[in-house]
Design a protein around this ligand. Structure first.
Ligand SMILES: Nc1ncnc2c1ncn2[C@@H]1O[C@H](COP(=O)(O)OP(=O)(O)OP(=O)(O)O)[C@@H](O)[C@H]1O
Length: 537
């Protein structure tokens, strides 16, 4: 075998080893090791830089290079300059345009005008000859491999096909590594998002747990509430639609939560829509979602609350406020158990349990033409009517203690309880705002009490007027309430006298014993009609 054939065989073997190693390389560091440890010696070069064209298509930057500390330079300046270099620097662009490797004698090169600084630095590092081989991915030039030798006559034309073979392998290796780096970056992003979502999720779960502890408890052992708990436990396990009725602040939302929490769907979040709080023109998108560009302002696709509540419960609060047009759309969704996003091309099947609530008299709304009777009958599968607080005054002490504790803990006040006189005053009040009103009053009072028991509560004076000015046809008042008010009026008119010809019993045409027992039943006490100078209802 002659020396030429010998050399060709060596080159072929080197190329084979190199291509195997490059194919296995996953990271930049793998390729770096292969070039440093296998390639340079075989080529006869001392150093190298592999520069790639940047995304801007006008600059190039080093992607892989010889270790800076291994480069001996007399000036101490590193020839590997990590900044962006213009593609058209008279060196890089020349190599990019050439299919064949380009060899430069450094001594004559540095004499040229406008030669790039990195060339001067390589010259100062003792480089005598430099070869540039372009690197392509397929046919597209991607960068240039710079090889530097400390003597001349190293990069022979007879070896050009070997050098080109090396560059081709490097081209494939670099594309793989870049693709791998992109995937790893994306995976890292996904991992970060996942961790963040997990953290947010556990935070939300914890908040929900705390929230449930604080607000999720239904207080009250009255017979009226006992009936409600019984209804809740009966309906919760089914998928039946529930309609919760009751005055404002009676706990409709709280009971909706209780139904959901006791249902097989409790693992999922109950989704709430307040039909009164969303402008009519946005309600359809809120409930059913929309596709991107389906109307002016629909910049992104949006999932509606129905879809969000799939396999869970959708709580439609203030259903009485739903505009008629939306009532028709809601009815269709309930009947078909499928929805269509605005601008959507297909229907989406949903499995949603509906709980609706209102403080309106829906039957009166139907008569007035404001509510569809067909929707009413679809919603009113299992009605639950919450009693107003004035019909379960016996729950007031327990509710008061519960709210005192809740707001004392929240505000850091050492409020221990309530004096009997103040509690009596609360029990006598008519509570038009129901439990919410009571809760806010206790919250306010706790804040005004430095420590110890609450001795004074300040009941709102205007409430009576507000309450009386509610629309009579929609105002829900119990018989007991009207009875209580009328008895009180008569007793006050009789200056507190019950029996005798000028007494309240005579005015009401009742035996005085019947009136007394009625008054006891309705919780009417002396202090309610004898002026003590203090405010009470
Ligand atoms: N039985 C109860 N025990 C303890 N807190 C209650 C009870 N009922 C209601 N609450 C509290 O009273 C406040 C008002 O209740 P909720 O919002 O459920 O009433 P609502 O009937 O839905 O009111 P609205 O008609 O205004 O929507 C809430 O803070 C709730 O936690």
């Amino acid at each position: 075998m002659n020396t030429d054939t010998h050399a060709k065989n060596d080159e072929f073997e080197t190329l084979l080893c190199f291509s195997k190693a490059v194919a296995a390389a996953r990271h930049r560091s793998d390729l770096w090791e292969i070039v440093n440890e296998q390639l340079l010696e075989n080529i006869g070069a001392s150093y190298y830089t592999l520069c790639l064209i940047n995304e801007d298509a006008i600059t190039h930057s080093p992607f892989l290079y010889s270790p800076k500390n291994k480069i001996k330079t007399v000036t101490g300046e590193s020839p590997v300059m990590l900044q962006l270099h213009p593609i058209h620097d008279g060196i890089f662009d020349k190599a990019i345009e050439e299919e064949e490797p380009v060899v430069f004698n450094m001594q004559s090169l540095v004499r040229r005008k406008g030669v790039p600084t990195y060339i001067i630095h390589w010259y100062n590092a003792g480089v005598k000859e430099m070869m540039l081989v372009r690197i392509c991915n397929g046919k597209e030039p991607k960068g240039v491999l710079y090889l530097y030798a400390l003597k001349t006559g190293v990069f022979l034309q007879s070896r050009f096909s070997f050098f080109k073979g090396i560059a081709d392998q490097l081209g494939t290796g670099i594309s793989n590594i870049l693709a791998n780096e992109t995937v790893e970056l994306q995976l890292e992003e996904i991992r970060k998002y996942k961790t963040q979502l997990e953290q947010e999720n556990s935070y939300l779960k914890e908040e929900r747990r705390k929230d449930k502890q604080l607000t999720g408890k239904a207080i009250g052992k009255s017979a009226a509430m006992g009936k409600i708990y019984d209804l809740v436990s009966k309906v919760a396990p089914s998928d039946a639609t529930v309609l919760i009725l009751g005055e404002t602040g009676t706990g409709k939302e709280l009971i909706a939560h209780q139904v959901h929490e006791a249902s097989p769907r409790h693992d999922k979040l109950m989704i709430k829509v307040n039909c009164a709080a969303i402008p009519a023109n946005l309600l359809e998108s809120e409930l059913f979602g929309h596709e991107k560009g389906s109307y002016t302002g629909a910049l992104e696709k949006r999932i509606g609350k129905f879809e969000l509540a799939n396999n869970s419960t959708l709580f439609l609060d203030e259903i009485g406020e739903l505009p008629l047009e939306m009532q028709a759309k809601l009815l269709r969704a309930l009947q078909e158990k499928e929805i269509e996003r605005i601008g959507g091309k297909s229907v989406i099947k949903v499995n949603v349990r509906i709980i609706a609530a209102t403080n309106k008299n829906l039957e009166a709304e139907i008569v007035a033409g404001r509510f569809r009777s067909d929707l009413y009958y679809r919603l009113c599968v299992f009605p639950i009517s919450l009693p107003p607080l004035r019909e379960r005054r016996e729950d007031i002490p327990e509710l008061v203690s519960f709210f005192i504790e809740k707001y004392a803990v929240g505000s850091g006040r050492k409020v221990t309880g309530i004096a009997p006189k103040a509690l009596e005053k609360l029990k006598a009040y008519s509570w038009p705002g129901n439990i919410r009103e009571l809760e806010h009053l206790i919250e306010r009072t706790v804040l005004l009490t430095a420590a110890g028991a609450i001795t004074e509560v300040s009941l709102p004076t205007r409430n009576k007027i507000l309450f009386a000015s509610q629309h009579p046809e929609t105002q829900v008042r119990s018989l007991a309430d009207v009875e209580r008010e009328h008895i009180l009026k008569m007793v006050k008119l009789s200056k507190g006298k019950i029996s005798g010809p000028n007494g309240a019993a005579a005015k009401l045409q009742l035996p005085s014993t019947t009136l007394i027992s009625k008054m006891q039943k309705l919780g009417i006490r002396k202090e309610h009609f004898i002026d003590t100078g203090k405010e009470h209802d």
